[in-house]
Design a protein around this ligand. Structure first.
Ligand SMILES: Nc1nc2c(ncn2[C@@H]2O[C@H](COP(=O)(O)OP(=O)(O)OP(=O)(O)O)[C@@H](O)[C@H]2O)c(=O)[nH]1
Length: 651
């Protein structure tokens, strides 16, 4: 897919820089890129983008706090974009970090681009870490809402989840390398923010870069794909104004001459190798969806999906690929499922990309929105507190001057509640109903008359109510600490094979990873299946009879004759009686002929022509069901007349 990539702000510019590097290294060159920023250092530190692709808008004054929209000139941006070779682009990708300031320019830019380009506009949005604070998270939630309304799709990448993974990986590496030499060898500052951002950006470039290159070919390094995935299919998967998560997992192939010779030498190794390849694709797919996904999400809430496998064509097992396809197809809520392979000659990696689009359940997005609500309430409280303090301060000042003037303070002071109290009263609607009967009663109290005392009474009456209302308000406030506890993505660790969305998320749909995901060895079993179902030997011989679910299963004894009992007073028919009807007896038990079973079509639900042998005793012989008899003795209702003349079918 040919894309015009636009990086906004520090995060966006660095991500575009990495994407550009991957694009040029793959020699596909399907990307035009620009980076827009108001921070000169951020643009200077980019490593790969050519200078003309860096668009800098300086603030007039360093201390100037003008809006970004005033600093960045949209017309200038459009002129620079149109100077690029954008004739053959399939889409426009806007990369930005949510919660920053430069992202504010995204809406006017998208609006302007829509006027000049017909191609879909996608956004790659980076969710901030929790440690950046509530303000950033709250702004990120706002930015996300704005982007969702404007872009054709928003691809999400969660810094919080991936930073945790990186930190855990660094800690694990440090625990392993405890020797002096290994400590010396360690890269200094691997945990500083810039290195962490570099690692995150490298990850993003791999995930998104491969997706953007799908369907693009050149004469170097690429084989012919078995299932070609073109740009249109990637675009159609993404489009739909929804949130998108991209899962990506890759594995290095075993290398070395010994391994190569083993594979070549024997058929056994060849067969084992093919199963191994299929199992590798399946386990990579599970890793991509549950562990290495750009933002942890509920797979079953996806509307569309796309599966793409990449690597040397000999290693891309179609068997494994089909199993993964089926699994994803059955798991997602929607019906649109696309897939393809991307054979690369000169690589020692096999990778898989799974795109889940139109997602409705992303715990991290919910968490950002919760934080926003919490943050807004805190800001409101803070504002009211500040107003209250200012009022008290004013009152104190007025008191000092009032005392000096000798004017009785009480009479002049307005009898209303403080701003913080008023806000709560207003919220509760108290202020809007000044003539409630209750208050009228208060006004009519003997001794009260003028407006001054009335106000005082109101104040006296209102304050306790305001307190009560405040308590009530606290009930509806989201719990502050509880908010942190729903840090579900935080629980997704490198070692966990499952992202950790809210318990309720998966619980609702009863998703069980073990159940839903195909097992690694599933392919081993499926390989042994023949395309045509062979009837069981027993069914032909008449040993195994399949019963309809609604049909009562006869006791084994019915056929073997073990359970045939004679009612009291009944005479057991002589063997000769059976022989009379041409029945062959085996031991003492009467066994129905095989032919007879075949006649009934192995379906006892269907009443066929009744064979003579069924009632050899001409109604005198009865099979007795001890349990049924006991029940009937106990006075239970008798079942309907059995059409089988006394033979009770028992399930
Ligand atoms: N993955 C990744 N995320 C980043 C990077 N830099 C910043 N971020 C995230 O993106 C958010 C926005 O940061 P920036 O894009 O640098 O902010 P800005 O829009 O340039 O402007 P300021 O808010 O003034 O810094 C931050 O809160 C981080 O969460 C980066 O290099 N990689």
């Amino acid at each position: 897919m040919r894309v015009l990539t636009i990086g906004l702000g520090g995060a966006g510019s660095r991500i575009v820089d990495n994407l550009y590097d991957h694009d040029r290294r793959s020699r596909i060159c399907c990307m035009n890129a620009v980076a827009i920023d108001i921070d000169p250092n951020s643009l200077l530190q980019l490593r790969y983008l050519p200078d003309p692709a860096r668009i800098f808008f300086p603030r007039v004054d360093i201390a100037d706090h003008a809006e970004v929209t005033d600093v960045i000139d949209i017309e200038e941006v459009m002129t620079r974009l149109q100077s690029l070779d954008t004739m053959e682009i399939d889409a426009i990708l806007l990369c930005c970090g949510l919660g920053g300031s430069v992202i504010d320019i995204a809406p006017p830019i998208i609006e302007e681009i829509r006027k000049s380009y017909v191609e879909p506009i996608f956004a790659l949005a980076i969710l901030p870490c929790l440690e950046e604070g509530k303000r950033v998270s709250a702004k990120a939630a706002d930015d996300l809402d704005v982007l969702q309304g404007l872009a054709d799709a928003v691809i999400l990448f969660d810094n919080e989840t991936w930073s945790q993974k990186i930190r855990a990986a660094i800690a694990a590496a440090e625990a392993e390398n405890t020797g002096v030499m290994s400590q010396l060898r360690q890269t200094p500052g691997a945990s500083d923010p810039r290195s962490q951002y570099n690692m995150l950006n490298e990850r993003i470039a791999r995930q998104i870069g491969l997706l953007l290159r799908a369907g693009e070919f050149n004469e170097f390094g690429l084989d012919v794909a078995e299932i070609v995935l073109d740009a249109g299919e990637v675009l159609n998967t993404l489009k739909g104004n929804g949130f998108v998560a991209v899962g990506y997992a890759a594995e290095r192939l075993p290398t070395g001459w010994l391994n190569f010779l083993h594979r070549r030498q024997s058929l056994k190794y060849f067969i084992e190798g093919s199963q191994e390849k299929a199992a590798r694709i399946i386990s990579l797919a599970k890793k991509a969806v549950y562990d290495e996904v750009s933002v942890p999400c509920d797979l079953t809430s996806a509307d569309k999906a796309l599966v793409l496998i990449a690597g040397p064509s000999a290693e891309l097992s179609m068997k494994g690929f089909q199993t993964v396809r089926k699994w994803i197809d059955r798991s997602i809520a929607g019906l649109e499922m696309r897939s393809g392979d991307y054979p690369v000659k000169n690589t020692s990696f096999v990778g898989i990309i799974i795109v889940l689009s139109g997602l409705s359940n992303i715990p991290r997005v919910e968490e950002l929105r919760d934080i926003r609500t919490e943050y807004r309430l805190e800001c409101e409280e803070e504002r009211l507190r500040a107003e209250e303090e200012a009022r008290l301060h004013d009152e104190e000042a007025a008191g000092v001057s009032g005392a000096g003037a000798g004017v009785p303070e009480e009479d002049d002071a307005p009898g209303f509640a403080s701003p913080i109290e008023s806000a709560f009263l207003e919220e509760s609607g108290y202020m809007k109903e000044p003539s409630t009967p209750e208050r009228d009663e208060m006004i009519m109290l003997p001794g009260s008359g003028g407006s001054g005392p009335k106000r005082r009474d109101d104040t006296i009456d209102m304050l306790p109510r305001a307190g009560k209302q405040q308590d009530d308000g606290a009930v509806i406030l989201p719990p502050k600490q509880g908010g942190r506890e729903i840090d579900l993505t935080g629980s997704a660790s490198v070692t966990s094979s499952v992202p950790a969305p809210k318990n309720s998320t998966f619980g609702l749909k009863g998703i069980s990873i073990d159940k839903a995901a195909p097992k690694d060895d599933a392919i081993t079993y499926s390989a042994s299946l023949k395309p045509v179902q062979r009837p069981k030997d027993g069914s032909l011989a008449g040993d195994t009879v399949m019963l309809d679910s609604g049909t009562q299963r006869p006791k084994d004894g019915v056929f073997t004759g073990d359970k045939v009992a004679l009612d009291r007073g009944m005479q057991r028919p002589s063997d000769a009686l059976f022989e009379e009807f041409g029945l062959r007896m085996r031991g003492t038990a009467p066994t129905p002929k095989d032919a007879q079973m075949d006649q009934t079509g192995r379906g006892f639900g269907r009443p066929g022509p009744r064979p003579k042998e069924v009632d050899p005793s001409r109604g005198r012989l009865e099979v007795i069901d001890a349990a049924a008899r006991q029940k009937s003795k106990d006075g239970e209702k008798k079942p309907d007349d059995d059409p089988d003349d006394g033979i009770t079918w028992i399930r």
